[in-house]
Design a protein around this ligand. Structure first.
Ligand code: ZN
Length: 151
C-alpha cells in the first residue's frame, strides 16, 4: 500500500528563512520578486503563489523590519557601553553619527528582505491551503504571475 503523494512537499525552516533572507520566494526559491527596490510582484513567477495571502498580510513584515533595526541599534548601544568601559571619557557623538543614519536607512535597506522573510515565516506556520495551491497553479498556467497590480 502506497501513501498518496504529498501535494506540497514540506520545506524545512532553514531553507524557508534562507530563501526569505535572500529575497526569494519561500515556497519555490524563485527570485525576481521585485520591480525596483520597493515594488513586490503580486504572484511569484516561479510557482504562482500570491504573497499577500490576506488583507493586512504585510503588517508582519513591518514587525520584522522593526526588529532588525532594533537589533542593530542594540548592538550599537552595546558597542558604546564597551567603549565607555575602556575609556570613561568616550564621547557619545560617534554613536549618534552612526546610529542616526542607521535608524533612518536600515528600514529602507531591509524593507524588501523583511517582506520575503515574513512570507517565509507565514508559509512555515500556515502552509498554503488547497484553494491557494489551485489558484497559484491557475495563475502560473495563465501567465498571470510576476506582475504588480496597478492601484
Ligand atoms: Zn514561488
Amino acid at each position: 500500500m502506497t501513501e498518496p503523494a504529498d501535494p506540497e512537499p514540506s520545506v524545512g525552516w532553514g531553507l524557508l528563512l534562507w530563501r526569505g533572507a535572500t529575497r526569494r520566494c519561500p515556497r519555490c526559491g524563485a527570485g525576481r520578486l521585485y520591480k525596483g527596490w520597493f515594488r513586490m510582484v503580486d504572484r511569484c513567477g516561479g510557482c504562482g503563489m500570491r504573497f499577500e495571502r490576506e488583507p493586512g498580510f504585510f503588517v508582519g513584515a513591518y514587525l520584522i523590519n522593526f526588529a532588525i533595526v532594533i537589533v542593530l541599534l542594540f548592538v550599537l548601544c552595546m558597542v558604546f557601553v564597551a567603549m565607555k568601559a575602556v575609556d570613561h571619557e568616550a564621547s557619545v557623538l560617534p554613536v549618534i553619527v552612526v546610529g542616526l543614519p542607521m535608524a533612518l536607512l536600515a528600514p529602507v535597506v531591509f524593507y524588501p528582505y523583511s517582506r520575503t522573510i515574513w512570507s517565509a515565516f507565514d508559509i512555515g506556520m500556515t502552509p498554503l491551503s488547497d484553494e491557494e495551491r489551485t489558484a497559484a497553479a491557475a495563475a502560473l498556467a495563465s501567465g498571470d504571475v510576476g506582475t504588480i497590480a496597478q492601484s
